[in-house]
Design a protein around this ligand. Sequence first.
Ligand code: SF4
Length: 275
Amino acid sequence: MIALADPPPSRTSTLPDYISPSAAKSYLACSLRFYFERVLQIKKATTPALHLGKSVHEALQAFHLARWRGTDDSPEVVAAAFEDSFIKLERNEGPVKWKEGEREKCRFAGLRVVAAYLDSPEAPTAKPRAVEVPLTEDIAGLCVPLTGTVDLVTDIFAPIDFKSAAAKPDPKHAVFDHEIQLVAYQLLLEKATGEKPPSLDLVFLVKTKVPQVIRVSSPPADSKRKDRVIRMIDTAVTSMSEGRFHPQPGMTCMSCQYRNECKRWPGNMPERRAA
Ligand code: SF4
């Protein structure tokens, strides 16, 4: 049982071993939700949208790996990879919060969106440079290593991150929203290889009735854009190491699974009161 009356860690906490762009973004969106989810690791039922997104992601990974290895990447093999992930993730990372009849609808939506990707011009025809590549690098301006896994690096060295979405994205907002992740991948790839990517890309798999596959490209970051992202990540690292976790009410509360814990959070900050 988690004692929510206990205050978050004291300000003498040490730095994390490393930081990923997703952890930094999550912390900056709401530090208290980050605390419940990643520090206390309070388990919540998986949402259908998250389950579908992960299953689609694994099916695409199977396709890209097959293309990279030169093995069977037919639609049948990729659909089977989706079915397999759908069942395994439910068993290993569930339970999933299904409403009546929702499971099958979700399964068919996943198969449709995977098929749409394979049919789209976004599915690579050339052998990718890398698939699901984990990178950890020291980056100037960050006090801990930066780590991240790039979904796909194309033959022309463009990193791509795949996103499942319920509605068509607005391109400008999408780049702004995923700025930390996109620029972090550029920093990691440049440090690891010495090469500059030609673009930073997002591919959205939109689960509309007729699925859509939409690529949103942004130019590689210049030094100002990089500095901005490094500063954001550094703010997250130093703040979490100082034990700064507090509610940040806003749009994200609508979909937050920790609202009950948030309401019970007492806000104890004894070292501040003593100061
Ligand atoms: S309800 Fe809102 S403020 Fe509270 S933890 Fe969730 S996102 Fe943060």
